[in-house]
Design a protein around this ligand. Structure first.
Ligand code: GDP
Length: 293
């Protein structure tokens, strides 16, 4: 998904890399090209503007125009600023046991799939996960989670008759204790848009289960809209991390770059396909290198 950004930044940076002497004018041109590449990749305009400002100050601070290899130095500054923008070393999950993870997000974002993917990953890390179905509105979502849990050999808890999500959460905590599960993943209900009922329900559940992490599952292909979704959920339930899904699709990468900058919430995992193994911890510095080609 970062191909278009890589392409566009690549040509801006290729021009810079080989430059022996750099003037203020062609440095300004190069930074303008970088800014255009960011905007074309759907990076939020404020994030792009701040990014260029920071790169510019670093260039002045490090006196790159007088350097022997000014082009390479600017590329290094851009790399460092890009890593900083994506967040450094922030992708680890809480190591609290039992680990309580609350998954939130809009309907269709990939929440249920990501719950199973994360359960699978935690099992590999030695946990005994219990997937908890908290979507009382869509029986199909409960069935989907149950099928995925069975497929991955994970514990599953649901109460198809209850209408009280926080009671389900509490009962799941007891079930986890009885079944020796040391990681609980609560798959909450999603709506097509953020509404007050949804928010009230997850707030109540949050209070009842006291999660170690509240993870927002957001569709990477939403572009800048993903930033708004993240901001709204963060205001309501204080997110601790983000899972950005569908990065295998036609997402242009801008959301990944903007979300951390705007909400301060780190991206912890990336979903890269429909299968349960298409899931990986998010590495900001590696991504910065990939984007810069
Ligand atoms: P929910 O409504 O948020 O629980 O969403 P689901 O987990 O049911 O996912 C909605 C659709 O997105 C399903 O068809 C999933 O297979 C698909 N999906 C989820 N994550 C990814 C991903 O990382 N990449 C791709 N290509 N599809 C995904």
């Amino acid at each position: 998904m970062f191909e278009s950004l890589t392409d566009k930044l690549g040509s801006a940076l290729r021009n810079l890399r080989g430059v022996g002497r750099l003037t203020e004018a062609n440095m300004a041109d190069a930074l303008k090209e970088v800014r255009t590449a960011l905007l074309a990749a759907d990076v939020h305009f404020k994030v792009a503007r701040d990014f260029i400002d920071r790169v510019q100050s670093a260039c002045i601070g490090q006196d790159v125009l007088k350097s022997v290899t000014p082009g390479q130095q600017i590329v290094k500054i851009i790399h460092d600023e890009l890593s900083a923008l994506l967040g450094e070393g922030t992708t680890a999950l809480s190591d609290h046991r039992p680990l309580r993870l609350m998954m939130v997000g809009l309907h269709g974002s990939g929440k249920t799939t990501s719950t199973a993917k994360l359960g699978r990953l935690l099992k590999k890390r030695g946990y005994s996960p219990l997937l908890v179905a908290c979507d009382i509105y869509r029986p199909a979502a409960i069935d989907q989670l149950e099928i995925l849990a069975a497929q991955e050999g994970l514990g599953f808890y649901a109460d198809r008759h209850s209408r009280d999500v926080s009671a389900i959460g509490k009962a799941a905590l007891d079930a986890a204790k009885a079944g020796n599960h040391d990681a609980l993943l609560f798959d909450t209900a999603g709506r097509l848009q953020i509404d007050t009922d949804l928010i009230e329900e997850i707030k109540l559940l949050r209070t009842r289960i006291q999660p170690d992490e509240v993870l927002l599952v957001a569709d990477g292909a939403l572009g800048q809209e993903a930033v708004n979704v993240a901001r709204a959920f963060h205001d309501a339930v204080s997110l601790t991390g983000l899972i950005l899904t569908k990065l295998d699709g036609d997402a242009r990468g801008g959301a990944a770059l903007s979300i951390k900058a705007i909400t301060g919430v780190p991206i912890k995992f990336a979903g890269t396909g429909e299968k349960t193994d298409a899931f990986e911890p998010f590495h900001p510095d590696r991504l910065a290198s990939r984007i810069l080609g």
